[in-house]
Design a protein around this ligand. Structure first.
Ligand SMILES: Cc1ncc(COP(=O)(O)O)c(C=O)c1O
Length: 437
């Protein structure tokens, strides 16, 4: 009998262009195998992977405890419908509530970051129906911020305050109001009687690792309280320890001063297995007996076929279990600070600033140097994409952000030796760039 899929069967690279929708601008590199922070391509070339699948692999590749857990659970029970009770969902939700949030609440499970944000958007809409305007019409406006990225589904895309993300798909979902990030007066001015929520990333990732300021986060939380609005945090990229604390917003304001109403996660939670989630705080919806916020999405209001399967939640439990057991948030904070200090000390003219939050690090590229660099001009690509390509050539994966930032999003469990290797490769690429400028 022939195997249904033979990974050693003849393969033609042209099939990628012939059969796959061309929506990604891909580097022509074919990763085939990974271990820890390393990836090997089909020609056997080794890369230090400090992209981590865009912040997806907190434990690196092929982590033995994750791989074993997947295999065990796949041999036991991969999927059952949410018509039934799923033990691993309850366990993962408990871990997220008690250890990550440390604020009473409840969780929902889905498959991606965009989908988790769709849940936050639906929660806000439901809140606005439950607590409407005096004439009974729903409040539905959600304020989001310049530089944000919330995903590619229709709601999440419409929430994303970037015209280039909406381009060619209009009309987008109504009800999103975009305000400049970290501008308290502009935020106040954006609030109307229809505003029902504020949605922000504590550390914006796609725009180039830009943190919310403590003053702005505090003001947003206060405005939510005084205007009966929900404070929604998108921690899809910055959550679960990556920035050096288990809650990304606690990297900005430590402790319990800020209590979000709801928060979305994906990426790090699943080690690369499709898993997303959102948490909703357990607090009264209002003082008129409308129940608890975490119960607002009642039976029939929301769902997804695959969300929270025994397999997905086993991966989440194992991944989060390792992050907690090995205190990888604190480890990330320490290494991130060390990387920032080392790179800043080089005083390399290619880099104008380093923004490091644990294992989420943005290097701002010197626009004057890169935009006048003969090789960058000849490539026709933005500086960030050009530099990421140079690094690939010497065996290092990083992620461009916008035109002038490259990000490092390494596994949270890398060791000092990996950091030294990354610094050496990065310095080599920067020195070569400077020499040819
Ligand atoms: C902050 C943030 N939110 C949402 C998303 C969308 O997540 P996904 O691609 O899993 O839908 C991303 C992806 O990069 C993200 O960085």
């Amino acid at each position: 009998m022939t195997a249904p899929f033979d990974p050693d069967a003849p393969f033609d690279p042209a099939w990628m262009d012939q059969y796959v929708v061309p929506n990604y601008g891909r580097y022509q590199i074919w990763p085939e195998r990974g271990e820890g922070p390393y990836v090997w391509d089909r020609d056997g070339k080794k890369y230090l992977d400090f992209a981590g699948g865009v912040a997806v692999c907190p434990l690196g590749h092929s982590h033995p405890e994750v791989a074993d857990a997947i295999s065990r659970q796949a041999h036991t029970l991969m999927h059952v419908s949410n018509w039934y009770c799923i033990r691993q969902q309850a366990e993962l939700a408990r871990l997220l509530v008690e250890r990550v949030m440390q604020i009473p609440g409840k969780c929902f499970f889905c498959n991606s970051g965009a989908e988790a944000n769709e849940g936050l958007i639906k929660l806000a809409r439901r809140y606005g129906v439950t607590r409407p305007l005096p004439d009974g019409s729903p409040r539905y406006e959600i304020i989001t911020f310049t530089g944000s990225f919330h995903g590619r589904t229709f709601g999440a895309m419409s929430a994303t305050a970037q015209a280039k993300i909406h381009g060619g798909f209009g009309p987008i979902v109504p009800g999103f109001v975009y305000a400049p990030f970290n501008d308290i007066d502009a935020l106040k001015a954006a609030i109307t009687d229809k505003t029902v929520a504020i949605l922000l990333e504590p550390v914006q990732g796609e725009s180039g690792v830009h943190p919310v300021t403590p003053e702005f986060l505090r003001a947003a939380a206060d405005l939510c309280k005084s205007n009966d609005m929900l404070l929604l945090l998108d921690e899809v990229q910055c959550g679960l320890g990556r920035t050096g604390t288990l809650g990304g917003w606690r990297t900005i304001i430590p402790g319990d001063e800020i209590k979000p109403d709801a928060i979305s996660w994906a990426k790090s939670i699943g080690s690369g297995f499709p898993l997303g989630s959102f948490w909703i705080q357990d607090r009264p919806v209002g003082d008129e007996g409308q129940g608890q916020l975490c119960d607002l999405l009642g039976p029939g209001s929301h769902g997804t076929t695959y969300g929270g399967s025994p397999l997905a939640c086993t991966v989440g439990l194992t991944t989060l279990g390792v992050i907690l057991r090995d205190d990888l948030a604190a480890h990330s904070a320490k290494l991130g600070a060390q990387i920032a200090a080392d790179v800043s000390a080089w005083k390399n003219p290619c880099i104008t600033s380093v923004r490091a939050f644990g294992m989420m690090i943005g290097f701002e590229l010197n626009a004057a140097l890169f935009d006048n660099h003969p090789a960058v001009i000849a490539s026709g690509r933005p500086a960030s994409i050009w530099l990421a390509r140079q690094l690939l050539d010497i065996g290092m994966m990083v992620v461009p952000a916008g035109t002038h930032v490259v990000r490092w999003l390494p596994p949270m469990n890398i060791q000092e030796g990996h950091v030294a290797e990354g610094l050496q490769l990065f310095r080599q690429a920067l020195d070569a760039t400077t020499a040819a400028a």
